[in-house]
Design a protein around this ligand. Structure first.
Ligand code: FE
Length: 230
């Protein structure tokens, strides 16, 4: 089987949020899609190890925030690469509590949908939650962030627990070869001196050792000490 065929599927990028008791949590998801029109239903695939999975099982509700292309790596890093068991992910982001009581991330969101779970399909590592959409609102203007844009333009990586993780993503080598590239041991982002970090004014040609001490991984926010030479 050629897994490259699977990579040609296209996706958006969303934050799926839910709650359990007093705990709010959310995570980045690329597998969210409308499943029927009448009534409107929506499905999300969530890894069983994730706190968000635990929250959805407990509360039977979830929200989906549609992210825009303006979404910063801080949002991706917090909701995509950190665990809600260690931090309060919502602390530094704008959000509201919806009619389902699920939190809804509003920072760089274009729209959101709230859903009540009507089916849970056990997929082994993941659950597919299908929900009745009970509320939806457009909250911003712009272009929805796609998975392709995230990978190609933002240089983003795929977390291991993503439904579409293939295993090869984290080992990308830059054109200058492994000797000068450094990989983030937290998320797999590769710093390649040939490209620098243009989003934060690090021009091509800057060696990893010469990056400012307070430079952090553009994907997950980890410090330089978390990087290893490739
Ligand atoms: Fe990282």
């Amino acid at each position: 089987m050629d897994r490259n065929a699977l990579k040609s599927l296209s996706y958006g990028l969303y934050i799926v949020s839910s709650y359990k008791g007093d705990k709010l949590n959310g995570q980045i998801v690329n597998t969210a899609f409308q499943t029927t029109s009448r009534p409107p239903t929506i499905a999300v695939s969530i890894n069983k190890d994730n706190l968000t999975h635990e929250c959805i099982v407990a509360s039977k509700v979830f929200s989906v925030s549609v992210l825009s292309e303006e979404t910063g790596m801080k949002t991706i890093g917090t909701f995509g690469f950190k665990c809600g068991r260690d931090i309060d992910k919502f602390k530094e982001f704008e959000y509201r509590i919806g009619i389902t009581k699920a939190p809804i991330v509003l920072t760089t969101a274009l729209a959101f949908i709230e859903a009540e779970v009507i089916h849970r399909v056990d997929l082994g590592t993941h659950s597919l939650f299908v929900g009745n959409a009970v509320a939806a609102e457009v909250v911003g203007q712009g272009t929805p962030l796609t998975y392709d844009y995230y990978h190609r333009t933002m240089g983003g990586k795929t977390p291991e627990k993503a439904a579409t993780f293939s295993g090869s993503d984290a080992k990308t080598e830059g054109p200058h070869g492994p000797s000068s590239s450094y990989v983030c041991t937290v998320c797999g982002y590769v710093y390649n001196p040939a490209t620098g970090d243009p989003r934060r004014n690090i021009t091509p040609g800057v060696a990893f050792a010469d990056l400012p001490q307070d430079w952090t991984c553009p994907v997950c926010g980890a410090g330089k000490e978390n990087f290893e030479k490739q």
